[in-house]
Design a protein around this ligand. Structure first.
Ligand code: SAM
Length: 216
């Protein structure tokens, strides 16, 4: 069933890859808030739910990366994959929940990235607040997630099925709205690009990619 949920034809896969590349292509325009990194033309990025490192190919030259995943299983696969990317210096690989980034000082990160992860964290508001804490002022969070339908009736159906869906699909929270969570956590300049996929299960079709800023 999971395969049916996620299977995509080649065109749709390409469409998604283009969305990912476009979203993360903005990283190259960021200037670090850290004077030392700025001199070196470098930025510090934290990616949580990094998994095997599917986003690594989108990172700009001189990226200093802190990789976070709750699951140790991915560490070796990620490390192996990382060898292909000389433009990335790994500062840390943390096995922890994004809800608890106590090893990361406040205001120290230029950009946070997460893809297909925020929908399955336990407490979304607490994670969003933790992301805001570690981001430097003016720093940006880039995300790409499955969300709720804009159509009210489809959304109600997603909400009704959410509890059982979470049990079936490893905590995946069906049909949630990301904007109020970001606003409540104190992010501004929120951009959301909403789209619906065709080649996945109807309930998993709505996706969003977007950015949110920690105010200056
Ligand atoms: C669906 S995978 C997505 C992997 C990758 N980002 C991608 O786009 O394919 C979700 C990842 O998030 C991790 N994860 C789940 N909850 C997490 C949390 N609270 N904090 C950090 N990582 C988490 C999982 O271990 C897994 O690697």
């Amino acid at each position: 069933m999971y395969k049916n949920l996620c299977s995509r034809d080649a065109d749709e896969w390409q469409f998604l890859e283009n969305k990912r590349r476009n979203l993360l292509s903005d990283l190259k325009n960021l200037k670090s808030k850290d004077p030392e990194l700025q001199k070196a033309n470098s930025i510090r990025v934290l990616e949580f739910g990094v998994g095997p490192g599917v986003n690594l190919y989108c990172y700009p030259p001189n990226t200093r990366l802190i990789a976070v995943d709750i699951n140790k299983f991915f560490e070796d696969i990620f490390m192996n994959n990382l060898k292909k990317y000389e433009n990335i210096t790994l500062e840390k690989f943390l096995i922890t929940s994004a809800r608890d980034l106590r090893e990361i000082p406040s205001n120290s990160i230029d950009a946070v990235v997460c893809t297909y992860t925020f929908s399955s964290v336990d407490d979304q508001l607490e994670v969003a607040k933790e992301i805001k804490r570690v981001l430097a002022k003016g720093g940006k969070w880039y995300f790409y997630e499955m969300v709720g339908y804009q159509n009210r009736y489809y959304r109600l159906l997603q909400e009704a099925l959410r509890p059982i869906w979470r049990i079936w699909f490893n905590n995946w929270r069906l049909g949630y709205n990301i904007r109020p969570i970001l606003e409540k956590a104190g992010f501004t300049d929120i951009t959301l690009d909403y789209f619906e996929l065709k080649e996945v299960h109807f309930l998993a079709a709505p996706n969003v990619c977007g950015t949110a800023m920690k105010p200056e």
